[in-house]
Design a protein around this ligand. Structure first.
Ligand code: 5GP
Ligand code: MN
Length: 319
């Protein structure tokens, strides 16, 4: 584990930097990546952001959205440093193979990240977002975020904290956000851009809510999407937020069947440590927001995750 100033020193000594983050990128993965890109460019570095996924169009409001690239097959990008944000390097898809870097720096806020042998790790699980750590790094590097960096970093803070409502938002998070507003971030522009949905997504939400299932005596609620539904629905990210609010529900889960024997699981909780549930299946995350992949057919995966959540509630798995 490195200190903040050691991490800043590693960034300072690199000239050509590739930044990446986890597949299925969220506002923090994208915002922290672009935010760090703008900071390092202000220091005169050559920076490339590579993400092995499509970037949702809602994020086109962020300065730099257009320069994010998905690596091509067989690509070999040489650089001095690969920076992996908001995950360990096992969830960056083909970027791992597409980049030739003598050094890998992993910056993350997930307490479930054990670090990877041969890589430098800077982990601060007290920070609500990886973007908040990038704000700490800006200070350590002595670089003031410009309006572009501020918009990106604000987006990371806002999306990982449910727009500053979740328990991970601290006084430090609010102070970091205030500094970003002073640097030019416009919260209403970002929140309006991120809340827009295609009509069909709202119709898909109605379908999913129509099928929600309560279990664990009403203390858990799940939406379980078959492969057919998952393939048909363009965006399901917002669904979980609509069931975690149900009175009496501690754990909310959305399971999506992506392939005959591959299901993605997202969990949210009020008390139960869902990162412990996710870790059972090789996933991870935070106490109140975690995820994993189950290599099982739909019905079996559905039973597996329901059983694990029931057990976590019954046995009182809290952090
Ligand atoms: P989400 O449900 O939004 O995909 O993820 C919730 C949280 O858990 C995020 O912080 C995310 O990075 C983490 N997470 C989701 N899926 C996985 C996974 O498969 N492995 C690990 N290590 N973390 C995950
Ligand atoms: Mn994050």
């Amino acid at each position: 584990m490195m200190t903040l100033s050691e991490t800043a020193a590693v960034l300072r000594t690199a000239d050509k930097v590739v930044i990446t983050a986890h597949v299925n990128p969220d506002g923090d993965a994208i915002g922290a990546s672009l935010g760090l890109m703008h900071l390092l460019e202000a220091l005169g570095k050559h920076v490339t952001v590579l993400l092995d996924d499509d970037i949702p169009a809602a994020f086109s409001v962020l300065p730099g959205y257009d320069v994010i690239r998905r690596p091509q097959e067989g690509e070999a990008e040489a650089c001095d440093l690969l920076v992996v944000l908001d995950t360990m390097s096992d969830r960056i898809g083909c970027v791992a193979a597409a980049v030739r870097a003598p050094r890998i720096l992993n910056i993350d806020h997930h307490h479930t990240n054990p670090g990877t042998a041969g890589e430098d790790l800077y982990l601060d699980a007290t920070r609500a977002a990886t973007a908040e750590i990038v704000c700490d790094l800006a200070e350590a590097l002595g670089v003031q975020p410009d309006a572009a960096a501020a918009a990106c970093l604000y987006t990371g803070l806002a999306t990982d904290t449910g727009f500053f409502r979740f328990s991970n938002a601290t006084a430090h998070t609010y102070r970091a956000a205030a500094a970003l507003l002073e640097a030019g971030a416009q919260p209403h522009v970002i929140s309006e851009a991120l809340e827009v949905r295609p009509l069909q997504t709202v119709r898909d939400l109605a379908e999913a809510l129509g099928e929600l299932e309560l279990f664990a005596g009403g203390r858990a609620c799940g939406i379980f999407l078959t492969q057919e539904q998952t393939a048909r629905m363009a965006s399901t990210e917002s669904f979980i937020g609509h069931i975690r609010v149900i009175d009496g529900v501690d754990v909310a889960v959305v399971l999506k069947c992506k392939e005959p024997e591959l299901c993605r699981v997202s969990m949210r909780s009020k008390h139960v440590d869902v990162s412990r549930v996710a870790t059972l299946f090789g996933g991870g995350g935070h106490v109140r927001a975690a995820g994993c992949t189950l290599t099982q057919p739909f019905e079996e995966a559905r039973k597996t995750i329901m059983t694990a959540i029931e057990r976590a509630i019954r046995e009182g798995w809290t952090a």
